[in-house]
Design a protein around this ligand. Structure first.
Ligand SMILES: C[S@@+](CC[C@H](N)C(=O)[O-])C[C@H]1O[C@@H](n2cnc3c(N)ncnc32)[C@H](O)[C@@H]1O
Length: 317
């Protein structure tokens, strides 16, 4: 099978933003090439003892994505170009040019697996399904994940911010709504932390499949859990299906531009005093999201940061 490969020449500063933008457009299999060495913290979290020598980091980065050569790509490419120009207003994009090439069959759905290693978030161990559980890790809360094509290995800062907040606010038998469930990682964490019932939604149907698979892998197939495809922002039927004023916690790790229009529909899902844990918010959008949450009737409880990403946790008044 042949693929069209598109490579955006950009900067290390912009690579995360452009990847998030591609993810939003629905592009799968994003590849980042740069020479930024992993921090000591990242290395220890990923249990990496040995790293290959890299050339010196010159601040440049290549962000690539693939489209099946049999599919039209013009429309996606136009969206990507528009996205690059939008981000250029906020961050140093560098060249921002896109180089196109053709490549023979590539196993991009599996190549990344080489880099997904077990890591911990406090007492929680997140482990790829294909790795053996080490003896020394047996006392930890174990989450096993094969994200497939969905977002959510747990490595991303925003997922980690949400996991820490779930740990903090979870009550026994709580009912949790996971909006933008991706691989289902936050739903699984919630269940492992004692949630009694979890409902997840995502606009991408592949995520629903992968979340259900990951439930099974974690022996949670009998847990009270449902995943639905759809957009909670404007799908009134989905809003009714997930239910009204019945959740103790809603967690949504999506981009700020999605959380802002979503804010008004979240209070109707939460019980009075219920908690909204949200991330996927890039630092310069923090204020905008806070304003949307306050307008929707939330009291901001806390704000946490990891890298350039922000978590806001709020309470329904
Ligand atoms: C950053 S990923 C988060 C995945 C996972 N929850 C995690 O924390 O790792 C965001 C997910 O939200 C989904 N998404 C984007 N817009 C959405 C919307 N309006 N409603 C529901 N899901 C949405 C995407 O398809 C993607 O799976």
């Amino acid at each position: 099978m042949k693929w069209n490969k598109f490579t955006i020449k950009t900067t290390t500063e912009a690579e995360d933003y452009l990847s998030a933008m591609l993810d939003e457009i629905g592009v799968e299999g994003i590849e980042i090439e740069d020479n930024v060495p992993l921090s000591k913290e990242d290395q220890s979290a990923m249990f990496i003892d040995f790293l290959p020598e890299l050339p010196q980091d010159d601040g440049t980065s290549k962000v690539s994505f693939y489209i099946d050569a049999e599919n039209d790509y013009e429309e996606i490419l136009e969206q990507v170009k528009a996205g690059i120009e939008e981000w250029r207003q906020f961050v140093d994009i560098g060249e921002g040019s896109i180089i196109q090439s053709e490549t023979e069959d590539i196993d991009w759905q599996n190549n990344w697996k080489e880099f997904f290693k077990a890591f911990t978030i406090d007492d929680i161990l997140i482990k790829p399904t294909w790795e053996e559980l080490k003896e020394e890790d047996k006392g930890r809360i174990l989450i096993e994940i094969d994200p497939g094509v969905s977002f959510g290995t747990g490595k991303h800062e925003t997922t980690q911010l949400c996991i820490r907040q779930l740990r903090k606010y979870m009550k026994d038998s709580a009912k949790v709504l996971d909006v933008g469930c991706g691989s289902g990682i936050l739903s699984i964490v919630a269940l492992k932390l004692g949630a009694g019932e979890v409902v997840g939604t995502d606009i991408d149907k592949d995520c629903i499949m992968s979340a259900n698979e990951n439930l099974k892998v974690n022996h949670l197939e009998n847990a009270k859990t449902e995943f639905y495809v759809g957009n909670l922002i404007d799908d009134t039927q989905l809003q009714q299906t997930v239910g009204n004023e019945c959740y103790d916690i809603v967690v949504a790790n999506i981009l700020a531009d999605v959380i802002i229009p979503m804010a008004p529909v979240i209070p109707a899902r939460l019980k009075k005093g219920g908690i909204f844990i949200t991330s996927g918010i890039i630092d310069f959008k923090e204020q905008e999201v806070k304003e949307a949450l306050e307008k929707a009737g939330f009291e901001i409880l806390e704000t946490n940061y990891q890298g350039e990403w922000v978590n806001i946790t709020a309470k329904k008044c």
